[in-house]
Write a protein that binds this ligand. Sequence first.
Ligand SMILES: NC(=O)C1=CN([C@@H]2O[C@H](COP(=O)(O)OP(=O)(O)OC[C@H]3O[C@@H](n4cnc5c(N)ncnc54)[C@H](O)[C@@H]3O)[C@@H](O)[C@H]2O)[C@H](O)CC1
Ligand SMILES: [K+]
Length: 505
Amino acid sequence: MKIFSAEQIREADQFTIQHTPISSSDLMERAAGKCVSWYEDHFTPDHPVYIFCGKGNNGGDGLVMARLLQQHGYTVNTFILQHSNNPSKDHTLKLQQLTDHYPSSIHSIGDLSDFPELPANAVIIDAIFGTGMSRPVEGWLAGIIHRINDHRLQHTIVSVDLPSGMIADESSVHFPVIQAHYTLSFEFYKLAFLLPENAMLTGEVHILPIGLSPEYISNTPTRYHLTDSTIIKTIYRPRTPFANKGTYGHALLIAGSYGKIGAAVLSAKSCLRSGVGLLSCYVPQCGYDIMQISEPCAMCIVDENTHYNTHFHQGMESARYKAIGIGPGLDTQTATAKSLERLLAVWKSPMVIDADALNLLSIYPSLLQEVPKNSILTPHPKEFERLFGSSQNDIDRLELLSREAVSRHLYILLKGRYTAMACPDGSIYFNPTGNPGMATGGSGDVLTGILTGLLAQGYSSKEALLFGVWIHGYAGDLAAAEHSQEAMTAADIINGLGKAFQEGI
Ligand SMILES: NC(=O)C1=CN([C@@H]2O[C@H](COP(=O)(O)OP(=O)(O)OC[C@H]3O[C@@H](n4cnc5c(N)ncnc54)[C@H](O)[C@@H]3O)[C@@H](O)[C@H]2O)[C@H](O)CC1
Ligand SMILES: [K+]
């Protein structure tokens, strides 16, 4: 699914009005009608509705909702915030229609002292600002936003299109923004909904289709995308009937150190459960028995060192692996760094680089220059910061992520609720699958195994990344459904992979 900017959403709006038989006034009726249908499914008429409207089209949506909800038997009080003397055309039209039918339900707010007392069971609808926001809300308007937020514990807050004060495609960190329980957004996710810094502001997001032109949507390129099953279906390739294990590649996982052989085992298991043809695991001596017993389907190559890996570069100039994954439980010993340096000097195909291998790249930044093009780096936010530095806000961090991916020709993901995946062509994909139960030790090791397994099978780096992160999250959701987010472990994610491949594509 494409993620459009506020500017593009305005264009989509205009294009739809010009090229399909619908007026802007009717499009607003349709949008508000969708919100009303959603609302009626969630709240009965015993809850008085308090709708706060701005003077633009977001406020216009609120005015239409006020009319429709009253027509449907709800008690509604509408408050128009007098922040501007230039209401939008449709706002003016919808205000007139509301005045014609329900004049006594309309009130005006010119400053904070006009804010109403809310009855205990009232529901608040926030239709103050939508995609028209481009700067922080200030003065008494900011006061109104804070006042609404003060009611958050007692009253449900439903935001129309965006929580007011949030800027659709910029950072609004530290700005006054409505803290909604629900956000009913039109047609598209907004970039702002996917930023960790806004996690507490949107509440549950519901995307309501309003029939914006499919022609505009398919013909307009975007930089940001949300991975969905349509994208995953185009990536997935079923196995061929005449396949043998050579068809699906031989992967090498370089992982594990004393006390962290479990990370290597988790990666190995998930790699095998992602369809790899053959898997070899390179481990220190202390890992040999553990690996062979835990995962008989994997072959084992053993380092000369007992506790950590020191010679995995050996023989790699002529090795025929289809993919290498390195990092889970690796440790950051100097001898491991030296071996990584020598591996990078000879290995020029894409690799999956995770965990301690990323930490080695941040300790020895010159190694980062040697990472093969199209490799996949999988940092969590702390690892990302150690590698590339810190940022003021989530938009700056996305820009940094993208700059690094483009300039180094790498695929870099940044783990989170919506894992962001930056590609060398400048595009950024967000992944929607997964849940907080996956914030547990070993979950990243499982992802490394999956990505390595997909790369080895011949998926391109971009395909392996989008598909791997999707299936990892999907398997995590299945694990949470079975065990709860609290009780699930990384091993349960691996156990979910079978069903994820069957049902998640
Ligand atoms: N996407 C669609 O196809 C549809 C969208 N609809 C709704 O329209 C809004 C966008 O409306 P717009 O008039 O462009 O902007 P807003 O209502 O968000 O705000 C404009 C209004 O607010 C003033 N303003 C902006 N920023 C500030 C500020 N920081 N402080 C004070 N005042 C500010 C500005 O001057 C204007 O007066 C979209 O979100 C949807 O809700 C359609 O109804 C359906 C089609
Ligand atoms: K709003």
